[in-house]
Write a protein that binds this ligand. Structure first.
Ligand SMILES: Cc1ncc(COP(=O)(O)OP(=O)(O)O)c(N)n1
Ligand SMILES: Cc1nc(C(=O)O)sc1CCOP(=O)(O)O
Ligand SMILES: [Mg+2]
Length: 522
């Protein structure tokens, strides 16, 4: 935050105070978010959704109520604004007492209420501000009229770390411009960024005629299009509040902005998917279940924040190759990510534990700041110690069900499988994906049995989990792998094609392009 005196130039490795607590301190502080929003009597959106999201993500959430709505699954029947002085009392009460990592705003129904918010944030600076510029309810009820627009544009947006408008809100903030395509969303994100927020996420859930839900993220330099398949459900009430609160919760835990946004989008997708058949209320817009993570049957497809599309270009490091080319693991990982790697595995077979742990920690920071997951090969201890996103294990490593019990439900677990039986077992044991190979002969792994494209296809057909192909894959043959006609084959994992090369960045870019071209052909 800028003029309010909090952190403005948020470094890539920003961590909440909670993440910085040392073990020598006797008290345990948990990440804290403050939501400033309206109450929804139906509890699908607003304050009630914010509290549920934060609880589901392991973050404490305090609440300042700006308005009380009489609302259910049929719509908003009436709205009662709280007096600005009383909103100010609530703000003073909690801001003077708690040490919030992040403040998230939702329904700010009057200029006077925005004024008191700004005054309190100036009196009690906070580390980060997430602004969800709520204007209209899902059912179409106006929750903040156009009189609010100028104070949003001139005073609130400039101090926000991220704003999360949907296309209607983005259009209103920009004076009514038409936003009908992803290209329009990109232009809108750029114009909104010029109003001062550090990051902009324009949500495209309401765009007509798209089978995917596409959100556009802009950091002032680069655009990211975050896509996910649309979930067919009536239970979508509260998605906007949920997304913004989840971003706030992840930031409070120490995530980078991109990583927080990706986690939040997956959280919403998973919640919608889990709740698509539930029936609460008789109206058209039902709420969804934020606590799906606690309820999912472990024998069925586990709900986690893992996105199978991240397997697209899977870079696996190799200590011997790094030594040969005189590069550190950190430099190798940075170059791979810059070239388009979508997930990283540290496969450091010869590293000493102490040194490996330090390097793994540095790689976790780099990967988090880019929103890319980092897995550790074989070493559950290292994965736990550096708080990696998960591990990859083989058939002779620690059994997957034991790995799952050690790492918990949120971590990503990959397992190597050469046969349909192994693929079935991996699913039963709670893995998230399987790595299948060697598709072609390789010099990187000694005595590795080659299963060929036919063997890969057989494993894919038997697997209920997403699959990444591995073994002897590079620019010249990646296309033949991606063309085997298996919908759950999500990408290729490569070692030498990236790391036994003079320039990791160039090779990663080339391989990424090859994979994109083959995806277009499928
Ligand atoms: C993505 C991916 N797939 C397979 C492997 C091989 O794992 P494993 O069989 O345990 O062999 P090592 O890598 O430990 O030699 C992998 N690492 N990654
Ligand atoms: C680590 C690994 N696992 C394999 C398997 O078949 O499970 S093949 C392999 C090595 C892959 O290296 P490259 O991309 O250099 O061929
Ligand atoms: Mg192994």
């Amino acid at each position: 935050m800028n003029s309010l005196g909090g952190i403005r130039s948020w470094p890539a490795n920003w961590r909440s105070t909670t993440a910085l607590m040392t073990t020598t301190e006797s008290v345990r502080k948990i990440p804290q978010v403050l939501t400033v929003a309206g109450s929804d009597s139906g509890a699908g959106a607003g304050i009630q959704a914010d509290l549920k999201v934060c609880a589901a993500r392991g973050v404490y959430c305090a609440s300042v109520i700006t308005a009380v709505t009489a609302q259910n699954t049929r719509g908003v029947q009436s709205v009662h604004l709280l007096p600005p002085e009383f909103v100010s009392e609530q703000l003073k009460s909690v801001l003077s007492d708690f040490d919030f990592d992040v403040v998230k705003t939702g329904m700010l129904p009057s200029t006077e209420i925005v004024e008191v918010l700004l005054q309190n944030l100036s009196d009690f600076p906070v580390r980060a501000l997430v602004v969800d510029p709520v204007m209209v309810s899902t059912s179409g009820h106006v929750l903040a009229g156009s009189s609010i627009l100028s104070i949003f544009r001139e005073r609130l947006l400039p101090i926000a770390d991220i704003i999360t408008p949907n296309v209607k809100e983005a259009s209103a903030l920009l004076g009514g411009v038409r936003i009908e395509t992803v290209s329009d969303m990109r232009s809108a994100a750029k114009l909104l960024h010029e109003m001062g927020p550090r990051f902009v996420l324009v949500k495209g859930g309401d765009l007509p005629d798209s089978s995917d839900s596409v959100d556009v993220y802009f950091d002032g330099k680069e655009f990211h299009e975050l896509r996910s398949p649309r979930v067919a459900t009536r239970n979508t009430h509260g998605t906007g509040c949920t997304l913004a609160s989840c971003i706030a919760a992840e930031l409070a835990k120490g995530s980078s902005m991109l990583s927080a946004v990706k986690v939040a989008k997956r959280f919403v997708d998973n919640a919608l998917d889990y709740s698509k058949d539930i029936a609460i209320g008789s109206g058209m817009q039902g709420p969804f279940d934020h606590f799906f993570g606690l309820k999912k049957d472990p024998q069925s497809s586990r709900c986690s924040i893992f996105n199978p599309d991240d397997l697209f270009l899977y870079a696996v490091t190799d200590s011997r190759m790094n030594r040969k080319w005189n590069r550190s693991i950190v430099d190798a990982v940075k170059a791979a990510i810059e070239g388009g790697a979508t997930i990283i595995q540290l496969r450091e077979k010869e590293a000493e534990t102490r040194e490996f742990l330090e390097e793994a920690k540095a790689c976790v920071d780099i990967c988090r700041s880019h929103g890319v997951s980092l897995l550790i090969n074989d070493r559950i201890d290292i994965a736990l110690a550096c708080n990696a996103d998960g591990v990859h294990v083989g058939q002779s490593d620690m059994p997957v069900d034991l790995v799952r019990s050690l790492l918990g439900p949120d971590k990503i677990i990959g397992v190597s499988c050469k046969t349909p039986e192994q693929a079935h077992q991996a699913w039963k044991d709670g893995a998230d994906y399987i790595g299948s190979g060697g598709v072609f002969p390789t010099n990187t792994k000694a005595n590795n049995r080659t299963i060929g494209l036919d063997g890969l296809k057989e494993v894919c057909e038997a697997s209920k989990l997403p699959v990444v192909a591995i073994g002897g894959i590079g620019i010249s043959n990646a296309d033949s792998v991606m063309q085997i006609d298996a919908p759950n084959l999500k990408g290729v994992a490569v070692v030498s094609a990236l790391f036994d090369q003079d320039c990791v960045l160039t090779q990663a870019k080339k391989l990424h392009k090859t994979l994109k071209d083959s995806k277009r052909e499928i």
